[in-house]
Design a protein around this ligand. Sequence first.
Ligand code: HEM
Length: 117
Amino acid sequence: MSIYDEIGGADAVNAAVDIFYTKVLADPLLKPFFENVQMDGQSRKQKAFFTTIFKGDTAGADAYMRKAHTGMKISDEEFGAVAGHLNATLEELNVPAHLVEQIMGAAGGLKDAVQNR
Ligand code: HEM
């Protein structure tokens, strides 16, 4: 079974992304990044991206993340803060620990791409 099915499909992904961006925007370290970003579209894209990778289709994820974050100069601290909000979101939604571990592993695997390294 894919991570997507295990966490509960579209409803779970939608709930996670909504809570995740509420946390990100409430974080003074991260808020400035999203000042000029249309959050409806951003949430939609994030839901689509999580759906794709949670279904196991990771081809192209690296290149997409690299391109999406070009020029943002995201620091380790900023990446860590975003990852922390994702982790807290999944725990809040009572996602089982083994899935949280897999998802956080996948997010960590995208770190260099997100930071354009
Ligand atoms: C593994 C971690 C991350 C994932 C999976 C992720 C995912 C995404 C996705 C799917 C998009 C939409 C790209 C598109 O336009 O199609 C995006 C855009 C964006 N991300 Fe990330 N992101 C991550 C980390 C971060 C971090 C650490 C920051 C800042 C500290 C950040 C800031 C942004 C911003 C500001 C945009 C909007 C760009 C724009 O539309 O102008 N992201 N991200």
